[in-house]
Design a protein around this ligand. Structure first.
Ligand SMILES: Cc1cc2nc3c(=O)[nH]c(=O)nc-3n(C[C@H](O)[C@H](O)[C@H](O)COP(=O)(O)OP(=O)(O)OC[C@H]3O[C@@H](n4cnc5c(N)ncnc54)[C@H](O)[C@@H]3O)c2cc1C
Length: 622
């Protein structure tokens, strides 16, 4: 697993730079310019400095980690453990990324101490590896999600699961002391229970401050606290824009711009209860030098509309992303690396027809409708979220129409099925019978929602908004408060008649075409007739129950929501970023959702890759 010595080391000066003895900041000189060097506690080794640069850097460290989420924090901690000085650059005003909003369900297996403690003795790295590359596993929607996994990357993952379980525990993460199970996660393999669940047993302090109240806080905060106490330096509110090269083209650092989260229309920074970065600066751009390596842990590209459409042209701007507006997956890691020769990998995975990669809106009447993330008015990012949204308890209470005002599917249908243990009955690894035994249940609600069928056979990329249409009787049944902060006036309309409602819907910024009042009226009239007959002869919704005929009438935004990124930069087993020929790009690493070749959701994959990247970046010979 250790990185081999790279050729570029010959270009590195052996000139002594800094000798430090304590955590802190020491000023040195590189190429004639003043720099601030960041040292891990008790670091007594010398740090070589590239001789080829005459560029000015504001800060320098052995390893620069970009992004402080599920991959970045483990990367920083492991690099530090290997004796490197580490600087972590984070675009947000706080660490955590998607991970701090997550459920804290971590599928680590291969024979972890927790599995062994609870008698799960059949798991091993080999079993885990074979599960995750099993060609025969087919999801309920037909997607063979493990078939396209990169074998080298999965092998490295499987071989490091137990080490990373122990590493997380050693760095403060607490797992609920129960038998690993299959609950709360997806795509975790078939042969053994592997899902562990983080908990927090310490008292409530600002240390466990959570931006959303999600359990993922108990994954992130302990890692953050350990990283801070051991000497990782944090530079918050800085967005890496590009990688910096020397005159030979070798990557030697990053450039980042100051991007404080300001309250909308104001110059007041968003309140953050979390401890702030220990490098406190507000200069517009900074350049950070990396003596050994840069780890891109920026969390993927789902929030970048142009980038995500490389993989599915339908994913136009009307689809929000789970985790927004706390954290954005803007493809900055991928783009910075691709400018310097990196390529994408594993692109058969992505926002495809499997599991929660794209979901039916869980909250309606808001732009941020991810099913497992309902923003509270108390949330620090609520000024950006604008509304909590309405949760639909019973889809008999609404009809869903597309931007033309037409129904498109049975509203009670779910999003794509997940690949968990029970989907494949009688699972036997590598057996062609697995696909045959799958309970085939194609779910096409989202495909129908993303299809735009315009007048005269015209069509566009992306389906446009989806609108939940209902009346005041439904509001009473659902016990909804149809006013802010529960709904966002930019994504929620009400009127005393359907024609006026259609006019209001047409003002929404994502309507690619106006909604015809006649179409909406006809749709509701037809649906009401299905309630009379008890049969939905268009989409077979089970026994439609309620007519929509009691003013006021309402329209609530309910477009699908994208979840995570499942393809990204080409990396090898050491998490080195590679070019099109598979040659590692010196000093550049990637981990987590920014990296490609691994079609598994979530925290385990990201933490393991962060650990591998941190180890190798720190080990780079100079
Ligand atoms: C609501 C929700 C629930 C989830 N629940 C689970 C679960 O229970 N189990 C599970 O396994 N997975 C879960 N996931 C998925 C999991 O959280 C993610 O897969 C994981 O956090 C991704 O890790 P990452 O390090 O790649 O990205 P992130 O954790 O998102 O971290 C990326 C960080 O990089 C920063 N960044 C981005 N660009 C830049 C830049 N240019 N410069 C500086 N910083 C930058 C971001 O601000 C962010 O802090 C959930 C996700 C969500 C949104």
């Amino acid at each position: 697993m250790l990185l081999e010595g790279s050729k570029d080391s010959k270009r590195v000066s052996r000139r002594k730079f800094i000798v430090g003895t304590a955590a802190g900041v020491v000023v040195g000189v590189v190429g004639g310019s003043a720099v601030t060097s960041l040292l891990a506690p008790s670091t007594t080794t010398t740090t070589p400095v590239p001789s080829t640069t005459s560029q000015k850097f504001d800060y320098t460290a052995d390893v620069v980690v970009v992004g402080g989420g599920a991959a970045g924090l483990p990367a920083a901690l492991e690099a530090l453990a290997q004796g490197a000085s580490v600087l972590l650059v984070e675009a947000n005003m706080d660490v955590g990324g998607h991970a701090i909003l997550s459920g804290g369900n971590v599928p680590l297996g291969g024979g972890t101490p927790q599995q062994l403690k609870y008698g799960i003795t059949n798991d091993s790295p080999d079993l885990l590896f074979k599960d995750l590359v099993d060609w025969s596993v087919v999801q309920t929607n037909g997607m063979p999600s493990y078939r396209y996994n990169d074998r080298d990357i999965i092998r490295a993952f499987a071989d490091n699961n137990v080490a990373v379980y122990n590493f997380l525990v050693a760095n403060g993460v607490q797992f609920n002391d129960i038998a690993p199970n299959t609950s709360g996660g997806t795509d975790v393999g078939q042969s053994a229970p592997r899902e562990c669940h983080t908990i927090y047993t310490q008292g409530a302090t600002t240390d466990n401050y959570s931006p959303s109240g999600a359990n993922g806080t108990t994954f992130i905060r302990p890692l953050e606290a350990t990283a801070r106490s051991k000497g990782v330096q944090f530079l918050l509110n800085y967005h890496m824009d590009s990688l910096v090269t020397d005159s030979t083209g070798r990557i030697i650092g990053i450039s980042a711009s100051y991007t404080p989260r300001l309250l909308p229309g104001s110059s007041t920074p968003l309140k953050s209860y979390a401890p702030q970065g220990n490098i406190n600066t507000t200069q517009a751009t900074v350049k950070v030098q990396a003596n050994k390596g840069i780890i891109l842990a920026t969390g993927g590209h789902s929030s970048n509309v142009d980038f995500r459409r490389i993989f599915d042209p339908r994913l136009t701007a009307e689809y929000s992303v789970a985790g927004e507006p706390y954290s954005f997956q803007d493809a900055s890691g991928e783009l910075a690396a691709m400018k310097l020769g990196a390529v994408l990998w594993g692109t058969m995975a992505g926002t495809v027809e499997t599991g929660a990669s794209i979901t039916k809106a869980g909250q309606i009447g808001t732009w941020y409708g991810y099913v497992h993330l309902k923003w509270s008015p108390n949330a620090v990012v609520f000024p950006f979220a604008h509304a909590s949204g309405l949760t639909v308890a019973n889809y008999q209470d609404v009809i869903m129409v597309n931007m033309l005002g037409k129904r498109f599917y049975d509203e009670t249908q779910p999003h794509f099925g997940s690949g968990n243990y029970n989907n494949v009955a009688n699972y036997a690894q590598d057996s062609w019978l697995n696909a045959q035994n799958i309970k085939w249940a194609p779910q096409n609600y989202l495909n129908a929602a993303m299809q735009y069928n315009g007048p005269n056979g015209s069509t566009l990329n992306g389906g446009g908004p989806i609108w939940a249409i209902f009346d005041s009787a439904a509001v009473t049944r659902e016990k909804w408060n149809v006013a802010p902060p529960d709904v966002d006036p930019a994504f929620f309309y009400q009127a005393s008649d359907l024609a006026t409602l259609a006019q209001q819907i047409s003002t929404n910024k994502f309507q690619k075409t106006p909604m015809s009042a006649t179409t909406l009226q006809d749709t509701v009239t037809r649906y009401n007739s299905f309630v009379d007959s008890g049969v939905d002869s268009d989409f077979a919704k089970p026994k439609p129950l309620y007519k929509i005929n009691t003013p006021l009438y309402y329209a609530a935004f309910a477009a699908p929501v994208i979840h995570d990124t499942r393809n990204g930069l080409r990396i090898n087993a050491q998490c080195q970023v590679q070019d099109i020929t598979g040659k590692p790009i010196p000093s550049l690493y990637s981990a987590g959702e920014t990296a490609g070749g691994f079609n598994e959701h979530g925290l385990a994959r990201c933490a393991v890759q962060g650990y591998i990247a941190g180890k190798n970046a720190a080990a780079k010979s100079s």
